[in-house]
Write a protein that binds this ligand. Sequence first.
Ligand code: PHE
Ligand code: ZN
Length: 860
Amino acid sequence: MTTTQGQNAHYLADYRPYPFVLTATRMTFELHPQATRVVTALSLAPRDPQQAEDLVLDGGKGVKLVSLTIDGVAPDPSRIIRREETLTISAAALPPHPFLLETAVQIDPSANTAFEGLYISNGMFCTQCEAEGFRHITFYPDRPDVMATFHVTIDSDLPVLLSNGNPVGQSQGRAEWHDPWPKPSYLFALVAGDLVAVSDSFTTRSGRRVALNVWVRPGDQDRAGFAMESLVKSMSWDEAVYGREYDLDVFNIVAVDDFNMGAMENKGLNIFNSKLVLASPDTATDTDYDRIEAVIAHEYFHNWTGNRITCRDWFQLCLKEGLTVFRDQQFTSDLRSAAVKRIEDVQALRARQFREDQGPLAHPPRPDRYEEINNFYTATVYEKGAEVIGMLKRLVGDDGYRRALDLYFDRHDGDAATIEDWLQVFQDATGRDLTQFKRWYTDAGTPRLSLAEDWQPGDTGGTLTLTFTQDNPPTPGQTQKSPRVIPVAVGLIGPNGDEIVPTQVLEMTEASQSFSFDGLGARPVVSALRGFSAPVTLSRPLDDATRAFLLAHDTDPFARWEAGRDLALSALTAASRGQAVSGDYVDAIGHLIADGNADPAFRALCLNLPGEEEIATRLSSQGIVPVPDAIHVAREALARRIAETHLDLLSRLYDDMAVPGPYRPDASDAARRSLRHAVLALLTRIDGGERAEILFGIAGNMTERMAALTALLRRGLGQAELAALHDQFAGNRLVMDKWFGIQPMAAPPAQAVQIAHALSQRKDFDWKNPNRFRALIGGLSANHAGFHAADGSGYDFVANWLLRMDPLNPQIAARMSTAFETWTRYDAGRRARALTALERIAAADGLSRNTSEMVSRMIA
Ligand code: PHE
Ligand code: ZN
């Protein structure tokens, strides 16, 4: 146990408004790699002139105060108190009326390895201020409820100088920007470098012409077009669907190579991890294209949900993130296949959020305590935050949702709002009491729902009674929980496969509740939790034959896929425990493959077996200790059995799904490739790698190359292909990240740690680059049986690298430590080794607040 737990805790209950009002911020940057000078002028006024208070500004260790004046006069130095993370000016030195506080500071961007604040990436200056990076640039009330207009002057000889808002002056060596929309410091951004733009323009529906630029390094222009197309689509979609227009004359996007996260919604100046901007058929996969489109949309949508309406404090993070994820999911389902998108989102939710909820890091979408806010950019805040909004929409209906959102934008434009504000607009717009619903925001954990059926035949028709029971398991710090509102979408299917009762949403509010359907001719099959209408686990006594029936007949695509998933999981969990496996899944999957009418993307989703991690999660939720090697062997065996049973069908499908013509990233071509590659993964298990080697050799795009390479590596083959990929793309960072990531991820488990170790010794393992580090360390963590090697070598390897990364980039170290978040579910031997690794991290001298919070929560 560490002793630091609790020392730095922040509590929601402690919120209090900032005692000063800040109206305008003016800044001048004199950029220099080692010594950047920042002059900041703040127009401040005491919130209550009768109540004299000290002025406390945030400011990190690296910020050196050069000078400070109040209305032009330097106060007595004894009135200025510098502590490790703050600068305090005592009340006695402050006037009881509005005043101008001016500071000059010096910072060293070249020494910034944490990529938080102002730093240098590949020769360009850039910033990252969310959540608390601005305090590493200057002394400031660095909290989201303090909002001001910004006027920024940048002095530098670099050719491109950008900040938020509109450009108001450009001359040799200087640029000026003015952002008229009051914003908190976390939305500030500055970029300076040798950049080129791909440009376009967009005219909003009220006639504002907006200049659009995607800024990249010279030479990368031909890979920025897809990002630009995605931006234009996002802007029109938000007008059409939410009635939201853009509100400045320019919208800039910049791609940077060193970035801790995916992308950032700074007002008018979005900054992106270059992997979420740059794409060409030769270097990016279908999945990369999908993600670029979704993340460009996500950041753009933040302009309203995040920027125009921001968060009062960081406990409210899901107010902007949950809603913005929900909006980007809607966007993707409108543009592509809604059914496929829903299934993919549920898969991701289960893989990341259910996993988080199952272990020591479980927390509510709105936490009420944190030590380091960067540790709360989680699947729970983002993805579960989005699911909660989906449920709200299901409960109040599309019209109710629309009215509530209109009211939200109307009432809170310009505000720093809370979850209470958000729920209030739904109550006011729809008249619905959301007191109980609010538990979704304040309670952690995944409710377990069980369904029991009772069938009573009768003369005038039979009655089917569905009894749902919910159980809300304890999570850290929350032992007792009350029932939640759970919308359960249900449909009934007759014995001949026809739908007899279309989808209805049953609203569950109690711990146990029954719903009856009468006048039924014959006992129907229940299709439950259609569309995944609530983020719960559903258990019901269903035999494999009924699951196969649902896989064949359900009209709801999610429920249909889910039936197949359950079949596969029941086969896999049985096999991993040495039990015999029925042929139901193998047969059912054969019917599905043969169904030429079904969307290829849907068939691919059904054909991809659940991953080993998912199988482990399922076992563990049934109270069974997962054995990683046994899971791996069971999954391999089932894949092989499917391939052998359906060899002819699969071979034909592989040939049929070839996509002719030049590569296009659109949904229909990508769907065919996804099916073809799912088939390839199966066939490679019995054809000695022949098809995959051929495909790699003739591949015209990165999607095919990676599919072929992955299939080969999983069989322990593919060395020549690896070398070829390296030769061709050694100069392309993003492709090399894939090269580093795929090897530990797809390696046969027994070799994974050794492969990761060898890669980590290479000169081109530029581990200080977050993408490269994530590729290798994250790649190994994603190899379930490899990371969880019984001898603890996976744990030791990852722990060593976390310890090495932590002093340089604590955010990345803390984030990657989640590899351990499931450690408590394994056997005693693994638990002991994982605990040793975690304790070794916890004991490190000078461990960051980030990593120390994560590790102490995990071993608590
Ligand atoms: N706010 C960003 C997003 O969700 C994520 C982010 C958080 C980026 C913190 C950087 C730092 O779009
Ligand atoms: Zn976001």
